[in-house]
Design a protein around this ligand. Sequence first.
Ligand SMILES: [Zn+2]
Length: 73
Amino acid sequence: MSNVFSADEVVNLAKAQTSRMFHPFTCANRGDDNHRNVFGDTGALVPTVRGWICPFCDYTQGWAHGVMKGGEA
Ligand SMILES: [Zn+2]
C-alpha cells in the first residue's frame, strides 16, 4: 500500500489542523458520544502517511487541500 501523504506533508497537515488558520478536518461521525475535542475540534482528524484517521472510530479520509500540504516542513 503506497503512502497517501509524504512525511513532510503529514507535518504540515498536523500544523494546519492545530493552527486555527484553517477549520480542521473532522470525522463524519463526530456527533456521537465517543468523539472528544482533541487536535483542535471535536472529532478532529489526525494526519498520517496513510491518510487522515479519526482517533475515536475507524473513519479515514485520503485527501487534503493542497494549500494545507504545501511548504517546507
Ligand atoms: Zn470518528
